[in-house]
Design a protein around this ligand. Sequence first.
Ligand code: ADP
Ligand code: ZN
Length: 205
Amino acid sequence: MDFLVHNTGWIEAICGPMFSGKSEELIRRLRRAMIARRRVQVFKPVMDDRYSRDEIVSHADSRLEATVVANAREALQRLDWRAQVVGFDESNFFGPDLVDVAQQLADSGKQVIVAGLDTDFLGRPFPPMPELLAVAESITKTLAICMRCGNPAKHTQRLVESGDLIVVGAAGAYEARCRRCFEPGAPRQEWLPLAPPATPPETEG
Ligand code: ADP
Ligand code: ZN
């Protein structure tokens, strides 16, 4: 979102599943801010070391230098207060304090851009994204392409067995799926097509 007035802060949120272009969109917006000669700082969580430690990197290999921090509080400590535009990639990994921190930055006049997963591997809202969406001025929901059927995909399908909320770095551990093809958690052994039950369930009476 390109606001015309630059003396007020705001929060822009970019959310969606993995592979939907959140990092690409974040990088695009930050590059445009740089072209406008605005001072930019972008943070990424230390746990996301899929490709590079001090850059944000999209799946299509678009890159931007980033400050690596453990959580939202550390981002505040390491903030360059001259930054006019502050980005957070993988926002769902900064902890619950990211909501307060983003608000504080926006209240102090900065353009804050948060990009992150809106749902987890079970399809549940991924904290603190829901709160961030509630306080943001602008929300962009990005969709990927379903690897099963080619439809627009809003889910991150886990392909490996694990009950943990976070499994990072394992290549091929996730793919994008649409609502219909999504299998919450690890996939079943066999692909079961969606169909009504052969016999209707018995009703009491
Ligand atoms: P995100 O940050 O949402 O995980 P990225 O910005 O890192 O996404 O990567 C987006 C890029 O990933 C796309 O431009 C495309 O080149 C690639 N890609 C790989 N798999 C898919 C998919 N299933 N749907 C859409 N894009 C995909
Ligand atoms: Zn599908």
